[in-house]
Design a protein around this ligand. Structure first.
Ligand SMILES: Cc1ncc(COP(=O)(O)O)c(C=O)c1O
Length: 395
């Protein structure tokens, strides 16, 4: 151990805390700098709905605030767990016992609890990329090693079952999302069936992030729970219900993991915030209001799909769900971070660099988020319409 300035040994940060910082945040800082300097920004960077939460949810939280606001049962208030179980019956015709549902602090703490409950420290876990970057960060922080399964636009960014079958023998599990961030790829029931069966044959834990369920542009997203009780499902109120800051997620667990997650959650989170649970319960009754909002995303998506090819961005898979479009820019640049920075500097339009989402190929991609007002998409297309056709490959 190196000595400190006082001559005594200086304890060092742990190696597992050395997770990558998303490059998106460096772009985010540049956005704020530009705004502070009085510049305009057309923001297609962040993956957050631009809507307020449903009015009934806000009212329910306000009413609850007048009473005692305390801890709840570790796995969440009973009515919310039951309400989520009812959602599976409504959406998928599935009978999921409320006892298998754990309410978490956003999906983020759901991932932490699920990974801790399922994996031994030091194990390797396969991750379908491109993906939400926190899968890799959370695994690494828990002393687990992510193992990349690559996908490409030619196959609609869907994982191939052969790639799962060909995984090395020491892989303990598989993490994927449907619909996925950043690609919007939705896996049809037939793909889910193959993936579920392949994981069962290998005895792998299968963790499926279904946070974008409900935000789809064609067929509804089937849940992996339709294939059997062995998958771990992650979901929450951040995207479809537009409640990112309320921090409510949930897990649907195989029965034998429930007591493990309950014990872990007792130490790691005590409970999800009570007021947010009350709001989430009320939000479950607001599906008609949420459905109306989807029309905006659908219109934004359509505008991008129609306009981008004419501007020279024509290599992408049209998203089936979520609110992202993941575009290949390799004919223009080899460094997606530098490209996003240049685009911001020269047009004010900001997108996310692919490097956060794909550890190998991300330098050749950028992600547009279209969870914004219609006017923002129009402005972005107008500015990019002048700029993109003038871009030659600058490395
Ligand atoms: C696929 C996916 N999973 C999980 C999250 C995190 O969501 P939460 O707000 O529930 O922690 C995000 C956030 O963008 C995401 O895109």
């Amino acid at each position: 151990m190196m000595p400190g300035s006082d001559g005594f040994p200086l304890p060092q940060p742990s190696s597992r805390s050395s997770v990558e910082i998303y490059r998106m945040w460096s772009i985010y800082k540049a956005v704020n700098q530009r705004l502070r300097a009085g510049g305009a920004v057309v923001n297609l960077l962040v993956g957050e709905p631009s809507f307020p939460p449903p009015a009934k949810a806000v009212a329910a939280a306000q009413a609850a605030m007048a009473g005692p606001v305390g801890y709840t049962e570790t796995l969440g208030i009973r009515p919310l767990r039951q309400g989520i179980a009812d959602l599976y019956r409504r959406r998928h015709g599935l009978d999921i016992p409320a006892e298998r549902i754990a309410v978490t602090i956003g999906t983020s703490s759901g991932f932490m609890l699920a990974f801790l409950a399922a994996f031994e420290a030091g194990q390797k876990v396969a991750v379908v990329e491109p993906c939400y970057p926190a899968y890799r960060g959370t695994l690494k922080a828990l002393n687990l090693t992510p193992h990349r399964i690559g996908t490409d636009a030619a196959n609609g960014f869907r994982p191939r079952v052969q790639d799962i079958e060909a995984l090395p023998a020491d892989i303990a599990g598989l993490v994927l999302a449907s619909p996925a961030n950043p690609t919007g790829t939705l896996l049809p029931a037939a793909d889910l069936a193959e993936i579920y069966a392949a994981c069962r044959r290998r005895g792998l834990w299968l963790v499926v992030d279904e946070l974008y369920h409900g935000i789809v542009y064609g067929q509804p997203a089937p849940t992996i729970l339709g294939q059997g009780p062995e998958a771990i499902v992650i979901n929450g109120f951040s995207k479809y219900w537009g409640m990112t800051g309320w921090r409510i997620g949930w897990l649907v667990l195989p029965e034998r993991l429930v007591p493990r997650v309950e014990a872990l959650a007792g130490s790691l989170q005590i409970s999800a915030p009570y007021l947010s649970q009350v709001a989430a319960l009320a939000a479950l009754e607001c599906e008609p209001e949420m459905e109306q909002r989807l029309a905006l995303y659908a219109a934004n998506r359509q505008k991008l799909l129609q306009a981008l090819p004419g501007l020279g961005l024509n290599s992408f898979a049209p998203p089936d769900g979520a609110f992202y479009l993941y575009c290949n820019i390799s004919h223009l640049a080899d460094d997606s971070v530098a490209f996003c920075q240049r685009m911001l500097d020269e047009t004010g339009v900001v997108a996310a660099p692919g490097v956060d989402f794909d550890s190998q190929e991300g330098h050749r991609f950028i992600r547009f988020s279209f969870s914004v007002e219609a006017g923002t998409i129009d402005q972005a297309l107008q500015r990019l319409g002048e700029w993109l056709p003038r871009q030659a490959r600058r490395g």
